[in-house]
Design a protein around this ligand. Sequence first.
Ligand SMILES: Cc1ncc(C[n+]2csc(CCOP(=O)(O)OP(=O)(O)O)c2C)c(N)n1
Ligand SMILES: [Mg+2]
Length: 299
Amino acid sequence: MSEQLNFLRDMTENNPLPFFSVQPQTVIDSLGKETLLQNLEQMLFIRNFEVRAESAYQHGHIGGFFHSYIGQEAIQTACLQAIGHTHWFITTYRCHALALLLGVPPKDIMAEFFGRAAGNAKGRGGSMHLYHDRLLGGFGIVGGQIPIATGAAFSVKYQGKKDEIALCFLGDGAMPQGTFHESLNLASLWNLPCMYVVENNHWSMGTHISRGVANYKHFTECAAKAYDISFYRLDGMDFFNCYGGFLVAFQEILQKGRPVLIECVGERFKGHSISDPGLVMNGKSRRYGTAGRQTLLEL
Ligand SMILES: Cc1ncc(C[n+]2csc(CCOP(=O)(O)OP(=O)(O)O)c2C)c(N)n1
Ligand SMILES: [Mg+2]
């Protein structure tokens, strides 16, 4: 087994770093059966929607890029359940799930994929650029969304809105970017109500995190420490852990008026995008995400 695959095994199967502690039974008791079933349905809907869209792409009906969120559904579903919709949201090109969760009609997203004028961005944006009342966009430039989220948090604070925050999803590959560091610095200095959520799926396109991020196991936590920001590590494959962690982090932002940095450790089950066959880049036939657990089955 190559060095790279050893790193992968280390991150996914024997991750020694502790997750924020959440008792699943507490989440079950507080949300109740109906709400939990709604969340399960939501995650299944996101997955089926993307499977259908991928099929349309493979039949040549959809052009351009297409980045699937399959495997990571628990993160944004639990987050929205925990913090609600009345905030400012921004994410990467992997934006289909967040758009669906925030209420963009599925037919508007599908029409956008097909390049139709009836699409969410009038057919001009494609799958990476979806918007809604509170969704400031999916972004194609790695790290490009982070300063915009920071600006949204500044605006929320400037307007004196005490129960709103800005929420920024980013990939692990965006952490070495200057935008990440400049944003954390300003958010800390200016006490901005921003939740930065790193969705650490261990890969930036075909580059494993161990080859792109120094001190990769501790980088996120160290960045939080460097900028004096609270840090939470959550299990991105566990709806209950994500829900509990997001809820506590959200309450902390509202109470302290300070940013938090969250790392959700998870996996994408597909390649980087639809044009990536999903094979780890060392020529072996191991696929992304095979060491992972099935969030949907567990819920
Ligand atoms: C500034 C910039 N550099 C490079 C790229 C090419 N690129 C697109 S996605 C990507 C990997 C990003 O990985 P990560 O942030 O971990 O997000 P994930 O795809 O895993 O969700 C790269 C390098 C880009 N879009 N923007
Ligand atoms: Mg990644």
